[in-house]
Design a protein around this ligand. Structure first.
Ligand SMILES: Cc1ncc(COP(=O)(O)O)c(C=O)c1O
Length: 512
């Protein structure tokens, strides 16, 4: 048996005292239990790098104080009864339960887990599997490029070399950072040097890294209202004070930006989460000027911009950023799959060294194999082909959803349907609120989301948030979509004469 004992010549206590204290602590903490055998003094001295005599003296003291006992010709063991004075130490407050634990700097908000329906437990309250789940943000499982991915993984494994046995660059594999930089230019209008790119474990990891970089206790964080929970809660956990600013059909209403300096703005300009609107160009420009004037940083979350169905995508905010105000977050969760846990941040050059050092402290980088396979997938052209294919697939699903909503609830305009993987429907007066719809749908094996169950945070107590359904369609087939929307309509208007559910625009919401 080996004990985790480490002694040092530096310091005032003797080697014998250090061994005594460490074994005593192990017994009091319960790591060593009554009747556990101790290593022979010869083994202990070799392991701890002390003379045998030092080990013997330490054992003798532990025996003398009643912590250990010896069985002749057998060995040394932990005593079955801990000495009285040691117990009194425990009673005086060292018992684990008696310790007053310091709370985190900022208590964590009561975060509702991002995925209330675990992928393997898509079940209704009656225990049956959901037949259709409109839960947001899940790619089509059949769309994952398994063949190409296996090829790249296998090839990399064959030539893994030191990839798996050495620590890599904490900022990420250079080949992947280069491939991302090459992709971002034409795809998002962002000219980035690979040196500015840090590979992270998805946007969520990115939010944490950026918060460590920019947030102190009380830092103002401007967020969209409604906004993505996963980001808002992280900012709050790091001590930020949230300042919600409303969203309308042009995205964040920049005319309502508060006059405060050194704030952080979290925003989803390409496809606002959850409303799905796009931040207009004039507002992008106003926001960037506001950030420059107020010495603020903008966190641009570009989570699902690979899917744009109408017109050409607007250049990312980062692509317009001439003053290094924007930290851009990209993720492979939507275009590939969230199981990969791969994303990246484009950090303004003045912040990139500190950000890389923080990444080293937080996790020392991401797993090598997936980074390497992703780099190969991108540089071989496979990623572009995959994106084109999935874009077409999601367009068909989106159209199926709009058609089903039109057919069953009457024609209307849909918020957020120009891109991404979800859209929003506003529920008109006369139909139950979203919680009731969610409950009724679930009883029939259909999963639909409200803002809160769809990972969105709404600030305010008006009823607006309860009149919206958030419908993710990417993981469903057109057939499932058609069937379940018709079932949902039946559930809400059994006589088929109930008020029509109209798809909303964020503007009508803002006007309401
Ligand atoms: C707005 C938004 N940002 C980020 C993410 C999560 O990204 P990741 O899986 O990369 O952490 C999501 C997930 O659905 C999202 O909706």
């Amino acid at each position: 048996m080996q004990l985790p004992i480490v002694v040092s010549e530096v310091g005032s206590s003797t080697l014998q005292d250090q061994i005594f204290e460490q074994i005593r602590a192990m017994i009091l903490d319960g790591q060593l239990k009554a009747e556990d055998p101790l290593p022979a003094t010869r083994d202990l001295s070799a392991q701890a790098g002390v003379s045998r005599n030092t080990a013997v003296l330490a054992y003798e003291r532990l025996i003398a104080e009643g912590y250990l006992y010896t069985r002749p010709h057998v060995g040394t063991f932990v005593a079955s009864e801990i000495p009285e004075d040691a117990l009194s130490v425990l009673r005086n407050g060292h018992e684990p339960g008696a310790i007053e634990h310091r709370l985190p700097r900022t208590p964590c908000p009561s975060i509702r887990l991002q995925h209330p329906r675990d992928a393997h437990q898509l079940v209704s309250p009656h225990g049956s599997r959901l037949t259709a789940d409109f839960w947001v943000g899940r790619p089509d499982p059949a769309s994952f490029p398994t063949k190409a991915w296996s090829k790249h993984i296998w090839r990399r494994l064959q030539s893994a070399g030191t990839g798996l046995t050495e620590y890599g660059n904490p900022a990420g594999l250079l080949e992947l950072r280069q491939a991302i930089a090459d992709h971002l230019g034409p795809a998002r209008g962002i000219i980035a040097d690979p040196d500015q790119i840090i590979i992270v474990g998805g946007c969520q990891d990115g939010f944490n890294l950026i918060s460590r970089l920019l947030i102190e206790q009380g830092t103002p964080a401007i967020v969209e209202n409604p906004c993505y929970q996963g980001a808002a809660y992280v900012l709050q956990c790091h001590g930020a004070t949230l300042h919600p600013v409303p969203v309308d059909r042009e995205g964040l209403d920049v005319s309502q930006l508060p006059g405060m300096r050194r704030a952080v703005v979290y925003i989803t300009p390409s496809h606002q989460y959850p409303m799905g609107v796009t931040l207009s160009l004039p507002r992008r420009i106003t926001l960037l000027s506001w950030a420059t004037e107020n010495d603020a940083y903008i966190i641009e979350d570009d989570y699902d911009s690979d899917f744009r169905f109408v017109g050409s995508p607007l250049t990312a905010l980062k692509g317009l950023d001439r003053r290094d105000r924007v930290l851009y977050l990209g993720t492979f969760s939507k275009c590939m799959g969230p199981g990969l846990r791969l994303g990246y941040i484009v950090v303004p050059p003045p912040l990139s060294d500190v950000a890389k050092r923080l990444k080293a402290l937080m996790s020392n980088g991401q797993a090598w194999l997936e980074q390497a396979a992703m780099a190969d997938f991108m540089s071989s052209g496979g990623y572009q082909r995959h994106l084109r294919r999935v874009r077409q697939l999601y367009l068909e699903k989106r159209d199926a959803l709009i058609a089903a909503l039109d057919e069953n609830f009457g024609p209307g305009t849909v918020s957020g349907a120009d891109g991404g993987m979800h859209l929003v429907c506003r529920i008109p007066d006369g139909l139950p609120n979203v919680d009731e719809i969610e409950r009724r749908a679930l009883s029939k094996g259909i999963g639909v989301c409200s803002f809160s169950s769809g990972a969105a945070l709404y600030f305010g107590d008006d009823d607006g948030q309860r009149r919206h359904l958030v419908l993710g369609y990417a993981a469903l087939t057109p057939k499932q979509i058609k069937k379940s929307i018709s079932q949902l309509a039946g559930l809400l208007s059994p006589n088929s004469h109930a008020p029509k559910m109209v798809a909303s625009s964020a503007a009508s919401e803002a006007e309401a």
